[in-house]
Design a protein around this ligand. Structure first.
Ligand code: MN
Length: 287
C-alpha cells in the first residue's frame, strides 16, 4: 500500500498515476486530550486503519497525482534519526574533498554514531527546498528512509525490520561547513520526505534498491542500498540501544557518493526502486 498526505492534510492511497481520497478512514483514530502523544497517530495505528483505508478506497474520489500538493508522508515524527557517511564511496569522496569535510576528520560511522535532525526541518516534496544562505555550499543527499511503526527499545538486529512500518525517499539537505550536523542539516526545509510512504510489505528487502538523483537532468548520485555499510536492521537495533524509537520516527540511512551543490532555480529528481520518484524545486529562502 502506498499512502500519501496531500493538499489540506488529506490522506490518499496511491494507485498508478492517481490518488484515491481515503481521508474518511482517519475518523477511526482515537481522540486525544492535551498533551497529545509525542508520536505519529497515523503510523502508530496503521494496522488498525488498513481495512478502513481499503474500504474507503472503493468509493473514494480519484484525482491525478500530477495535480496534488504532496506533503510529508509522516505528519508528526517524534525525531529524525540519521546516519552519517554510511556508504564507502561517500566516505572516500568526503575524505578527498575539503569542501565536504571542512578541515574535520571524516570519522567512520561505527565510531561517530548516529545524529538527530530537527523535526521542524521536514517538508513534503511539493513544498521544495529553501536555501538559507546561498553564499555557502548547500548539498543534496538522497537517502532511503525507514519509518518506524512500533515502539522499539533494545531491539535485536535479526528482528529489527519487524519495527518498520514503511519506507520513503529522503533528501538530507546539508549546508557544508565546520558547524555541528544538528545545525547544518536542521534548517527549515532541509529534510524532504516523499513522495509517499510505501508500506514495508511492498518493499521486502530494503538492501537491494537502486537510488538515483539528478539535478536539472544531470546525473549526480547513483548507487544501491546493498552498499550500506551499516544495514537498516543494524541502524534500528543500534539506535534503539540508546533511545526508544516511537511510531512515526524516521530513520535516514545515509547517502552514497555524488553529493553536490544546488542553487535556487534547480530541480532535484530523486528516485528509489519500488518507492517511486520525486521532483523537488530549489529556491532561496525569504529572510
Ligand atoms: Mn545524510
Amino acid at each position: 500500500m502506498k499512502l500519501c498526505r496531500y493538499n489540506d492534510n488529506r490522506l490518499g492511497l496511491v494507485e498508478g498515476d492517481h490518488i484515491i481520497d481515503v481521508t474518511g478512514a482517519l475518523a477511526a483514530l482515537p481522540a486525544h486530550k492535551y498533551p497529545a502523544p509525542r508520536n505519529d497517530q497515523l503510523i502508530e495505528n496503521l494496522a488498525m486503519l488498513r481495512p478502513g483505508i481499503l474500504e474507503a478506497a472503493k468509493s473514494g474520489a480519484r484525482l491525478p497525482l500530477a495535480g496534488a500538493h504532496l506533503l510529508s508522508p509522516v505528519a508528526n515524527p517524534g525525531k529524525v534519526v540519521a546516519a552519517p557517511v554510511n556508504y564507502q564511496a561517500h566516505f572516500d569522496e568526503a575524505q578527498h574533498d575539503d569542501e565536504i569535510r571542512h578541515g574535520t576528520q571524516i570519522v567512520k560511522i561505527q565510531t561517530i554514531g548516529l545524529f538527530l535532525k530537527a523535526t521542524s526541518s521536514i517538508v513534503g516534496m511539493s513544498h521544495g527546498v529553501e536555501i538559507n544562505d546561498i553564499e555557502r555550499r548547500n548539498d543534496h543527499e538522497i537517502e532511503l528512509v525507514a519509518i518506524i511503526g512500533k515502539p522499539a527499545r533494545h531491539v535485536k538486529i535479526e528482528n529489527a525490520l519487524d519495527y518498520v512500518a514503511g519506507y520513503c525517499i529522503g533528501l538530507d539537505m546539508t549546508v557544508r561547513g565546520p558547524q555541528e550536523r544538528s545545525m547544518r542539516k536542521s534548517i527549515d526545509t532541509y529534510t524532504v520526505l516523499g513522495p509517499w510512504m510505501a508500506t514495508a510489505d511492498e518493499i521486502g528487502d530494503p538492501h537491494d534498491l537502486n537510488l538515483a538523483l539528478t539535478v536539472n537532468g544531470e546525473p549526480r548520485q547513483s548507487n544501491n542500498t546493498a552498499n550500506l555499510l551499516v544495514k537498516v536492521r543494524e541502524l534500528i537495533a543500534w539506535a534503539s540501544s540508546y533511545y526508544t524509537l516511537h511510531p512515526g520516527d524516521v530513520l535516514m540511512t545515509g547517502t552514497p557518493d555524488g553529493v553536490g551543490p544546488v542553487a535556487p532555480g534547480d530541480v532535484i529528481d530523486a528516485r528509489i526502486d519500488k518507492l517511486g520518484a520525486m521532483k523537488v524545486n530549489v529556491r532561496a529562502a525569504k529572510v
